[in-house]
Design a protein around this ligand. Sequence first.
Ligand SMILES: Cc1cc2nc3c(=O)[nH]c(=O)nc-3n(C[C@H](O)[C@H](O)[C@H](O)COP(=O)(O)OP(=O)(O)OC[C@H]3O[C@@H](n4cnc5c(N)ncnc54)[C@H](O)[C@@H]3O)c2cc1C
Length: 635
Amino acid sequence: MTKQKIVVVGAGYAGVSATKFLAKKLKKDSDVEITLIDRHSYHTMMTELHEVAGGRVEPSAIQYDLQRLFSRKKNVTLVTDTVTGIDKDKKVVQTKLGSYEFDQLIIGMGGEPNDFGTPGVKEHGFTLWSFENSLKIREHILETVEKAAIEPDPEVRKAMLTFVVCGSGFTGIEMVGELIDWKDRLAKEFKLDPNEFTLMVVEAMPTILNMLSRNDAAKAERYLEKKNVKLLLNAPIVEVAADHIKLKDGSSVATHTLIWTAGVKATSDAADFGLESARGNRLIANEYMQAKGYEDKNIYIVGDLVYYEEFPETPTPQIVQAAEQTGHTAAANIVADIKGSEKHKFKGNYQGFMVSVGSKWGVANLFDKIHLSGFLAIIMKHIVNLKYFFDIRSGYYMFQYIMHEFFHIKDDRNVTRGHSSRYGNVLWSVPLRVFYGMVWLVESMKKIVGTGDYLKPSTWFGEGSWFTDKVAFPFPWLQEQVTTGASAAGGGAEATETTAKAAQFGLSYAYGEEPMQVFDHMPKWFESVMKFMMPNQEVALFMQKFMTIVEVLIALALIAGLFTWLSSAATIGLTIAFCLSGMFYWVNIWFIFVAFALMNGSGRALGLDRWVIPWVQRTLGKWWYGTPKSRYGSK
Ligand SMILES: Cc1cc2nc3c(=O)[nH]c(=O)nc-3n(C[C@H](O)[C@H](O)[C@H](O)COP(=O)(O)OP(=O)(O)OC[C@H]3O[C@@H](n4cnc5c(N)ncnc54)[C@H](O)[C@@H]3O)c2cc1C
């Protein structure tokens, strides 16, 4: 049986979303083969390019390995290769290294910067539309500031420390926002006065952020001005040189850094495909995302590359939501074609815009109804980004994103102003870890030894131990069933009553005081859970022994620094359960806070986690995702 071959070109937002959809819907169709081709072995989180360019996150933070994204999709083959052409009649995709036949083709190769032919942009300017672009800007800025720091000529030094962003769309404003944050750090690192830096946005139009409401844009404008960013409006750039830019009014600005974000057009890689194009070289498609003139050839265009007029003269916007939705439409139509069902027409549904101006401030317009500014807009942007990982079903990268943005960020460059990313030496928590482990060991050993002698194991497991046939839990439904153990349990209950009478609240034990229980009665819902888990004395006896062994193991793990995060988390769970059972006192509530403190990787210093955790991560990663490669399956 010949297989149906679906080829997706471009693993951007559109391509990934389309491939995920196809892989899910066609997972039972063994006669369908899906091939995803991209020039990179990773998906680039384009919306965060400015964070790499502006030195906020490490470059790897925005590269999402394709195998990690598709490891559970066995019907998807990954290919790392550059597409050079398409033979529409023979239905073959040509790449630098080979060729791929297709029955159905989705082209989502994205866009590239449009310099509108402005002289000098290619030679002397920097663009921000790929991973490589963002690295180039980052390296150039570091190099330029380093040179400026030792430049004796004040004019040249000023030009070197002047950073100009051309364009005030979200790319430009987000870029300059990063520079606002990075400036102080750069000044400190290269022993410069931050006031020597000049940040500038040059815009050909009279207004900025034109996709936002004027009110939202005005807030952003005020914020930029407060941060000393110079806004040159109505100022088209007509020429770019290595050490200056020229404006239309004849004036010039001395600078060694011009970041061009003023326009986007379709990727020139698709220009020779022989498909009809419109404004910005975008390839024209119909409402099903089928390429104009090739509707019968099953060629679909998606993302930034597609030109589909949603409304007269208004093509789909070049934003992530449109990319995902066009990708989804094309994929759904391929599925419809294979399954013989009706095709879907594209219908855009855009929930708004979010623009970050640095890591702590932003503006957002949601559903054209909710307008946010400041840190709330940034939180909203993070929520939207996190939702993206949910959409593409990547728990791994969701976790990595949280780590990069909240916990591993340098120089306080996040919405928590560094409160979530302060690093300390975990060596200082080693004594606490060992002490806490000892506390659990002593307490669990009591349950083993009972009234016996610690130094004589033959006396263990006797009177007072949890390893006898007496139920230790003071739960009423367990006591009723017990006749022999009733006195011990009843004694416990009486003791509880006596304690409750005189109990005084305190967070540390004070001499002479009766400590107070966190809960003196089990909440009803928890009682139901406990009754379910320990319905009778037999199960309770097993549970009390099992719990004791678990506590010993946790104690030993903490002392040895083995699986410290998990062990600490388990002690939090146990402590909460003890509290709800009416078996825990306020004076010991510090267990919970100590356990949180030890979740800081304390097992990696003088502990086994130093070796065990990297090994577990490597082994599990390889088993679940396979080995990440710099190239996938190229011919
Ligand atoms: C700095 C910046 C900030 C942005 N911020 C936002 C934002 O906040 N919100 C928003 O909605 N949008 C934002 N955008 C726009 C958004 O990133 C794009 O609309 C989106 O990336 C388009 O997705 P796509 O899949 O069409 O293309 P892309 O994401 O560009 O993906 C295209 C893919 O095709 C591959 N490719 C290209 N040519 C070839 C070839 N010849 N062979 C093989 N593979 C090829 C590329 O490697 C790439 O993986 C921003 C863009 C930038 C640059």
